[in-house]
Design a protein around this ligand. Structure first.
Ligand code: FEO
Length: 400
């Protein structure tokens, strides 16, 4: 008996979750695990859409064999060649040597780079707008370059109106039995991880995501089957709208996230006092993080969510506190833009952090820096209350 699930007529989910992996891409903490989704269409021909990560390949092959129930495998469509989806490809070809690999030319080059198996007579190259008829079903292919690698593409079944969306519309988080987003409290339990996945994995490629959304808008999509996380069959527009905001670098919330670095607690104290002033000024849902103890992927996600950002940093070796420097470097790499930022610096003999943060922010698009920044020399003094209050007032008035 296998956990194989019908997601649309003739269309089955045969994915699996990994709850042991500590870090996705050996980089992003995933305390809730991650799922690797793969799908099968049983038509006159049999079609597999993507494989899985090596970690769950045994479960995947057991499910694939059970799903095929003795039939051969005619096609594997490779929507994305990153190893979290294609690691099982070589083993797949050994088990079903007659299978035809359906992929684009960039994918083919990557297959040659990753694997050693013979490709001659085994591939069907497709491009934008090409189709694959398998009997009743016809798959239509659309390229989705840089969502999230250059070869990425999506497949649309015009019979069932299912979009196999590759990494797009995916999320961190293992599946807990429920497979469909409408079976979960997605905004409460999944949205933060979906945003963190988006911002850190494809955040840099907003224009390319916008291009994919334009292609998707021309289709009648009833179901979205991503390669990670829940499947969407209800309220699809709600999630597409999140993708639209994120890929235009527009905030979801008019709100403030305060991110501070603090070596001995003094910058933290000042950040806390500012947060209290904001609350007194009726700012709701203030978020606050210590840059030293929060993985940068969570900070990036919060920056994608919030309209306003407070960065507070000690000066370190005449430069920036290293964890704050790393955050700014990640913000730049992920093309963060359209945000309002207030700056606070600390330094015992030569405060320089605000200058360095300003220089880093100047390299990003459409960042408004609220003036003036606040300088602390070692510890905040009572006489600086008006400065801090002025910063809180500037944030509050720009929120309204
Ligand atoms: Fe889920 Fe870009 O791989």
């Amino acid at each position: 008996m296998k956990d194989i699930r019908l997601v649309a007529p003739d269309t089955y989910w045969i994915g699996a979750s990994d709850r042991r992996l500590a870090k996705f891409e050996n980089l992003f903490p995933i305390p809730r695990g991650v799922s690797y989704n793969a799908y099968v269409i049983l038509d006159e021909k049999t079609v597999l859409l993507d494989t899985v990560d090596q970690a769950v390949s045994r479960t995947f092959f057991d499910k694939l064999e059970a799903c095929l129930a003795g039939r051969g495998l005619d096609y594997v469509v490779i929507n994305h060649m990153e190893p979290d989806h294609c690691a099982a490809l070589q083993d797949l070809v050994h088990r079903w040597p007659q299978v035809t690999l359906v992929c684009n030319s960039k994918t083919l080059q990557m297959i040659k780079q990753f694997f050693t198996f013979e490709l001659e007579g085994r591939t069907q190259l497709i491009g934008e707008g090409d189709t694959l008829c398998t009997g009743k079903h016809t798959l239509h292919f659309a390229m989705a370059p840089m969502v999230h690698w250059p070869e990425a593409m999506v497949s649309y079944d015009s019979l069932t109106k299912v979009l196999f969306s590759a990494d797009a519309f995916g999320t961190f988080g293992a599946l807990n039995g429920n497979l469909f987003a409408d079976e979960m409290d997605f905004p409460r339990d999944w949205l933060d991880d979906a945003r963190r996945y988006y911002a850190n994995i494809v955040g840099k490629y907003g224009p390319q995501v916008q291009a994919l959304l334009k292609k998707a808008a021309a289709l009648d999509i009833q179901v979205i089957c991503p390669l990670h996380g829940p499947i969407w069959r209800e309220n699809i527009g709600w999630f597409i709208q999140k993708y639209d905001l994120w890929s235009r670098y527009e905030p979801e919330d008019q709100g403030v996230v305060i991110i501070y670095g603090s070596m001995y607690g003094d910058t933290q104290e000042a950040a806390g006092i500012l947060a209290g002033m904001l609350a007194e000024g009726n700012v709701k849902n203030i978020a606050m993080y210590d840059v030293s103890v929060t993985d940068v992927s969570y900070l990036i996600s919060e920056i994608f969510r919030c309209s306003h950002l407070v960065l507070a940093s000690p000066t370190y070796n005449m430069g920036l506190y290293p964890r704050m420097e790393n955050l700014l470097s990640d913000m730049k790499a992920l093309a963060v833009q359209n945000r309002t930022v207030a700056l606070m610096e600390n330094g015992t003999w030569a405060p320089m952090a605000a200058k360095h943060m300003r220089t880093a922010l100047d390299t990003m698009k459409n960042i408004t820096i609220l003036e003036p920044s606040v300088t602390i020399k070692s510890a905040l003094k009572d006489e600086q209350e008006p400065e801090l209050q002025a910063m809180a007032d500037a944030i509050i008035s720009s929120l309204n």
